[in-house]
Write a protein that binds this ligand. Structure first.
Ligand SMILES: *[C@@H]1O[C@H](CO)[C@@H](O)[C@H](O)[C@H]1NC(C)=O
Ligand SMILES: *[C@@H]1O[C@H](CO)[C@@H](O)[C@H](O)[C@H]1NC(C)=O
Ligand SMILES: *[C@@H]1O[C@H](CO)[C@@H](O)[C@H](O)[C@H]1NC(C)=O
Ligand SMILES: *[C@@H]1O[C@H](CO)[C@@H](O)[C@H](O)[C@H]1NC(C)=O
Length: 583
């Protein structure tokens, strides 16, 4: 069939010669297959997986002698021998030729019975570790399934987040029989070169493809020689096998399906605003997602705890305020192998705080920022902070009475109410009886009045504290203030619990509104939720009223028991002196 087999044939002849005289095959012993071949393999037409383990090649028998790539196998059941010549094309692909099963007499000349035109079988490793694909998209391509070239509309190949996958979008051409629109995901598993041909083995994922017979495909490809004459030159020619073998694939222009790949016109690129890319990493308030900017500020990568990454390329600036502090952009996203366009808005809220809105994904770039896909007024905000965010002065200072405090169940994303353990959320000690009439699950085992005060900017400018009259010192829960901004009379303040050992870097959004009687507060853990009404809904909801300035002595005289002692001491000493005077 091709060059290597002729050389193998010559080696067989030589081997036969050697066998005749020395009988080097030790057919009585046990031999082992290379350890790296161990595992289960798929072969077209063989229903069960083929297992290679130690000396065994499952269905064919036990290895009793080997020399180079030739293995003599004893079929235990039928008590017969066969010669199998195995070539490792790639760690994930073995190809072999074999003889029929023969009785012992033929042993010395067994391997010589394999002729040059014997069938070549391919085995593909099951559960193979994928490899990077040899061509990187995006491409446009035309294809031919034997009824003519499907050129219009042109088909396309997109890259996926993983470099071992490509997404092939076939278009149907009205004038070409057998062309149909389909989206196939190709996972690359093996590459090798044979003569001047390059081979690729991959697995195809498609909604209609369910069996390994339909999934494994072999490809021959060649990089076209660059030609300076045409404006958009052909980059690759690719031929695909019609079944789960590499049979009948001789060149990149003959196959069950052939494709001609051209590089796709590059996406327009814009860049994200300078202040976003200033810190190349941003985090969601709970630190579960990371937003990082790359490639000359034109690419954004979103990573979260689910491990599903999203790559976003800035395509077009739609709107921008003069200083770029609020921008609306058309972007192109890739998530797994999905891709398309999505409209995004970024708002600078404070030096280290921004908010983002992301619309609905669409295939058409023109649609992305339409109100059907991007409704600014209804899309929730994602609040993001820089990792290096510094503490800032809190928005006001003083001592406040907490007039009421409610801890609500948190609404999860799925809309399911979730019980918040007071031990793990804002306030640490679970306890006995509620200190406030409406407080749930707070400090029930403490015999005191609960939270006495809310103290802002007093011990230093940057902290807000809940203090109690109780002696337990760890009940003081303090927060650092970070960025803040105001919208229509409602203020948003980013805070972080000072107890980093428990909370790590996570932040909270305090949403508040000043009223005549004081300030109404609500907190929101995931983002600065616009649906929260301060003092009414939210996770931790509390109202405060002013009690005085930080160093107001009257207020502290009432609060501190030490003053009572002082008064008692003065009274007592004056009693003593009175007694002394009467003596
Ligand atoms: C990316 O943003 C940083 C920070 O503003 C800036 O220094 C850099 O020049 C930008 N790079 C490009 C290519 O615009
Ligand atoms: C993680 O990101 C993926 C894709 O960006 C998204 O579908 C998913 O909802 C995110 N999960 C969380 C917990 O944020
Ligand atoms: C602010 O209030 C005005 C008047 O009530 C309203 O028209 C506008 O939409 C509000 N803006 C925001 C961002 O809520
Ligand atoms: C805070 O005050 C507002 C207005 O008086 C009231 O509607 C709300 O219920 C109060 N919040 C709490 C937690 O008591």
């Amino acid at each position: 069939m091709d060059v290597p087999w002729t050389s193998i044939f010559i080696r067989f002849v030589l081997l036969l010669f050697v066998l005749e005289f020395t009988s080097t095959f030790k057919q009585t012993g046990t031999c082992y297959f290379p350890e790296r071949w161990e595992g289960s393999w798929f072969q077209s037409g063989v229903r069960q997986s083929i297992l290679i383990e130690g000396p065994r090649l499952s269905s064919k028998g036990r290895c009793v002698g080997s020399e180079g790539d030739k293995f003599l196998l004893l079929d235990d059941k039928k008590a017969c021998y066969r010669c199998v010549v195995i070539h490792e094309k790639h760690l994930n692909v073995l190809q072999y030729k074999e003889t029929y099963c023969h009785s012992r007499e033929l042993l010395p000349s067994l391997c010589g019975l394999i002729t040059g035109d014997a069938l070549l079988y391919s085995m593909f490793r099951e559960n193979a570790v994928p490899i990077p694909c040899p061509f990187k998209g995006p491409f446009t391509f035309t294809y031919n399934r034997g009824h003519g070239e499907c050129r219009y509309p042109v088909s396309s190949i997109d890259t996926c987040i993983e470099d071992s996958k490509l997404l092939l979008s076939y278009q149907a051409c009205p004038d070409v029989h057998g062309s149909e629109s389909a989206i196939e995901e190709l996972q690359c598993l093996a590459l090798w070169k044979e003569g001047s041909s390059r081979y690729l083995v991959g697995k195809i994922y498609h909604s209609h493809v369910t069996s390994n017979e339909d999934r494994y495909r072999c490809f021959v490809y060649e990089k076209a020689s660059p030609s300076s004459e045409t404006a958009d030159p052909v980059e690759y020619r690719v031929a695909q096998s019609g079944d789960a073998t590499c049979n009948g694939l001789f060149s990149a222009i003959e196959g069950s399906r052939t494709m001609t790949l051209k590089r796709a016109p590059p996406l327009n690129r814009c860049r994200f605003p300078y202040w976003i890319a200033g810190s190349n990493r941003w985090h969601s308030l709970d630190y579960s997602s990371t937003y990082s900017f790359h490639h000359k500020n034109s690419t954004l990568r979103i990573t979260n705890s689910t491990g599903i990454d999203m790559k976003i390329v800035c395509v077009q600036m739609k709107q921008s305020s003069r200083d770029e502090s609020a921008v609306v952009l058309v972007t192109h996203f890739t998530m797994g192998c999905q891709n398309g366009y999505v409209c995004m808005a970024f708002y600078r809220r404070d030096a280290n705080v921004m908010e983002m809105q992301m619309g609905t994904q669409t295939n058409r770039r023109e649609d992305a920022c339409n109100s059907n896909f991007f409704d600014k007024n209804s899309i929730p905000f994602v609040t993001l902070v820089m990792p290096s965010i510094d503490a800032q002065r809190c928005p006001f200072a003083g001592k406040f009475d907490i007039t009421n405090l409610v801890q609500n169940k948190r609404e999860t994303a799925a809309g399911k109410a979730e019980e918040i353990g007071s031990g793990s959320f804002y306030l640490r000690k679970p306890g006995r009886s509620a200190p406030f009439r409406r407080v749930k699950r707070l400090d029930e085992d403490l015999d005191c009045d609960g939270f006495g005060e809310f103290v802002v900017g007093c011990s230093n400018y940057y902290t807000m504290e809940f203090t109690t009259d109780c002696s337990a010192p760890d009940l003081v829960t303090s927060y650092s203030c970070h960025g803040q901004w105001e919208e229509n009379g409602t203020s948003f303040l980013i805070t972080s619990p000072e107890d980093h050992a428990t909370y790590g870097s996570r932040k909270f959004c305090f949403i508040y509104k000043r009223v005549v009687a004081g300030v109404m507060f609500s907190t929101s853990a995931e983002n600065c939720n616009r649906l929260v009404h301060p003092g009414v809904t939210g996770e931790l909801v509390f109202n405060i009223s002013s009690k005085g300035k930080c160093f107001d002595t009257d207020a502290s005289a009432r609060a501190h028991p030490i003053n009572a002692w002082l008064i008692a001491f003065i009274l007592f000493s004056s009693l003593l002196s009175a007694a002394a005077a009467t003596r």
